[in-house]
Design a binder for this molecule. Structure first.
Ligand code: PLP
Length: 394
């Protein structure tokens, strides 16, 4: 029996493959690998959130909820963002989803027709392109350039040149996975202006918005006219270390949220009931979030200084998210590709990194992504092991 044509469009490779290779190497060599490949904070979900969810379970809050999520949580998110961005966002402009990934899926599903073009910045979170292709859309890539002094920046001229009559959507991710960049507010404003003027939907994934170590982040919700063109995505996974709870959300004008509610009801019914109750306490957990960010900043500094000791690579001290994305061109050239380098580092150093190629095209092909959501001793040990292997290569 043949699979659907939609599935045939999927070619991308998930970051999980490298975890699988690591498991094989651990078994074969009897070593413990160090994991710089993870995309989640290593702290357990904060206590009061767990307590709230437990209470909900004990009180029997185990049935379906409304498709768009429970009113209290939608209202909490609306109030929180209203206060943060000085606008009045209403509950009806929020839908809770099973993770930000599902939020993204609903947004693509709502707008992409076969043949529509979707602008992605390259490198990009791998699943954007996969879902666009699944729906018959065409990812069109705009470069994120790298400069050792400035870091990563969006090529606005490239963006302008890639827009056609078929462009339906621009997908922005800020702070950025995999580069760890927080884009300059001026760049975000330029992108917003282009989207508005050319009547293109701006899908903005701001899931790392609390992971900022330096500089200022601009949210697309800071434009008072956002309702005309913005779909805003965020979630609980990263900020509150709730990856397994599967809770994300969308903010958009009511008409969009209503349509998403219909999709939700038909695809997954609702987000998990007691998880939503737990998430109500997330908004009282910002002291814990601050502590976590302080810890991550320290780890980022350690990882940056350790990686900087490897002469043949170019490292930029990322101001956001929990990734460092060094340029390893000299090493990649010797090994063949970033994928081959990542596999070599698992096999010979026992360290997992994610090759830039999976994110998904040209710009990242000489880079590796290192996550610093791991403790300091492991960061030191892992980078030292990598340094030894790399020094033998170059
Ligand atoms: N967006 C980006 C940029 C991510 O890096 C991730 C997770 O790695 C997600 C979305 C998915 O988040 P969630 O766990 O809420 O589905």
């Amino acid at each position: 029996m043949s699979f659907s044509q939609a599935i045939g469009n999927l070619t991308g490779e998930s970051t999980l493959l490298y975890q699988e290779i690591a498991r094989r190497v651990e078994k074969e060599k009897g070593i413990k690998t160090i994991n710089f490949g993870i995309g989640q904070p290593d702290v357990v979900t904060f206590k009061r959130i767990r307590e709230e969810a437990k209470k909900a379970l004990d009180e029997g809050y185990t049935g379906y909820t409304p498709a768009k999520g429970i009113d209290e949580l939608r209202q909490k998110i609306a109030d929180f963002l209203s206060q943060k961005y000085g606008d009045i966002i209403k509950k009806d402009e929020v839908i809770i989803t099973p993770g930000a990934k599902t939020a993204l899926f609903l947004a693509f599903l709502l707008y992409i027709n076969p043949g529509d073009e979707v602008i992605l910045f390259d490198p990009a979170f791998y699943s954007y392109a996969e879902v666009v292709k699944l729906l018959g859309g065409k990812p069109v890539y705009v470069n994120i350039n790298f400069n050792k002094e400035k870091g990563f920046y969006i090529d606005i001229d490239d963006l302008n040149s890639k827009i056609t009559v078929k462009t339906k959507m621009i997908v922005l991710n800020n702070p950025h996975n995999p580069t760890g960049m927080v884009f300059e507010p001026k760049q975000i404003i330029e992108i917003q202006e282009i989207a508005k003027e050319r009547k293109i939907i701006l899908l903005s994934d701001e899931i790392y918005d609390y992971f900022i170590y330096e500089g200022e982040m601009r949210s697309v919700l800071q434009d008072s006219g956002w309702r005309d063109y913005v779909i805003y995505i965020n979630g609980f996974s990263k900020t509150f270390s709730m990856t397994g709870w599967r809770l994300g959300y969308v903010v958009a004008k009511k008409e969009i949220i209503d349509k998403m509610g219909i999709l939700a009801a038909n695809i997954y019914t609702c987000p998990t009931s007691f998880a939503q109750k737990g998430a109500l306490a997330a908004f009282d957990s910002f002291d814990e979030v601050k502590e976590m960010i302080k810890l991550f900043k320290k780890r980022r500094d350690v990882m940056f200084s350790e990686l900087s000791k490897i002469k043949s690579i170019e490292v930029y001290k990322s101001p956001g998210a929990f990734y460092i994305f060094p340029n390893m061109e000299e090493v990649v050239k010797k090994v063949g590709s970033s994928k081959e380098l990542a596999i070599k580092l698992i096999e010979e150093a026992g360290v997992i990194t994610i090759p830039g190629e999976v994110f998904p095209l040209n710009v990242g092909k000489n880079f590796l992504r290192f996550s610093f959501a791991i403790d300091e001793d492991k960061i030191k040990e892992g980078v030292k092991r990598i340094k030894d292997v790399i020094e033998k290569i170059v």
